[in-house]
Design a protein around this ligand. Structure first.
Ligand code: C2E
Ligand code: MG
Ligand code: MG
Ligand code: MG
Length: 290
């Protein structure tokens, strides 16, 4: 199936392209050039509230359009950018772009927030909170409209400084989501201390629906989120059956190809307009235009 093909491609890429040292070296050289040639850009994927169909946010995702290699997956080039430190400037740039865009989307389309992925290397920086707060200040985005996505391993690695950083950001109104939730290793007691707002159920569990174990895990995360007063979003939602299951267990939000693939800013704006006009005609999962 297409789903399986997508999965295989992902694995194929990360093994094939980053295993050999020469490939990795050339990818590193290419990446430096890519930044100068401005081949790296941002796409945005909508996040939908399951009870209302409203777009409550968008996630920003990095893309690299290479003239020869084609579209290089972030799963392949982000580890390289982390190794050579380029992720610091790339990460700051995507955050700035996203905040600038989100200002318009929040005002014109009622989009609640823009979610930006944060790499372990960025998060580890001593001045990480200063970087985030100055981007927010410079772009004029309301801090409540920025959400940072961190994984369990990123925050659990240096728990004490993580608590401090996340609380500092949280105190300024910035939202925190735990990405790929359920695949890592986190302590429930820390989830409270981290001032987390949202859990993102990893797409591997959604992909496996319907399946007894996956259902049990999704259900447990939703229940836990509810009792800790955290919003829960499912990622990688591709089918109406998956959406139905999520609605039944009262998961709050949903993101995936069922609604839209990640899109460049102008496409997202057109999509937002279509989505709100079609929503009035009823129905939540609206088939995308080709
Ligand atoms: P992630 O943050 O967990 O993002 C979810 C991934 O699932 C994205 O892959 C997204 O395009 C994909 N996706 C969305 N809906 C569906 C669906 O219905 N089905 C399937 N099969 N996949 C779906 P993408 O864009 O290739 O990004 C992969 C990972 O690379 C991200 O995982 C994130 O960890 C990392 N990444 C992407 N952009 C950035 C960035 O700007 N900074 C950092 N530090 N990491 C990034
Ligand atoms: Mg993410
Ligand atoms: Mg994820
Ligand atoms: Mg991930």
């Amino acid at each position: 199936s297409a789903k399986e093909a997508g999965r295989n491609r992902y694995q194929f890429h990360s093994e094939d392209m980053t295993s050999s040292a020469t490939d990795r070296l050339s990818l590193e050289r290419e990446l430096r050039g890519a930044i100068e040639r401005e081949e790296i850009f941002t796409v945005y994927q909508p996040q939908i509230e399951l009870t209302t169909g409203q777009v409550i946010g968008v996630e920003a995702l990095m893309r690299w359009q290479h003239p020869r290699l084609g579209l290089v997956s972030p799963a392949d080039f982000i580890p390289v950018a982390e190794d050579n430190g380029l992720i610091l400037s790339l990460g700051e740039r995507i955050m700035r772009d996203s905040c600038l865009q989100a200002r318009r989307w929040c005002d014109d389309h009622g989009v609640g927030s823009v979610a930006v992925n944060v790499s372990a290397v960025q998060f580890r920086q001593k001045n990480f909170t200063d970087v985030v707060l100055s981007v927010v200040a410079e772009t004029g985005l309301r801090p409540e409209c920025l959400e940072l996505e961190v994984t369990e391993s990123v925050v659990m690695r240096g728990v004490e400084s993580a608590v401090h950083k996340l609380r500092t950001l949280g105190a300024q109104g910035i939202k925190i989501a735990i990405d790929d939730f359920g695949t890592g290793y986190s302590s429930l007691s820390y989830l409270r201390q981290f001032s987390v707002n949202r859990l993102k159920i990893d797409k591997s569990f959604i992909h496996d629906l319907p399946d007894k174990d996956a259902e049990a895990i999704v259900c447990a995360i939703v229940t836990m989120g509810r009792s800790l007063s955290l919003r829960v979003i499912a990622e990688g939602v591709e089918t109406e059956a998956q959406e139905k299951f999520l609605q039944n267990v009262e998961c709050n939000e949903s993101q995936g190809y069922l609604y839209a693939k990640p899109m460049v800013a102008s496409e997202l704006e057109a999509w937002l307009t279509r989505w709100s006009s079609r929503k009035q005609n009823g129905g939540l999962s609206i088939v995308q235009d080709g």
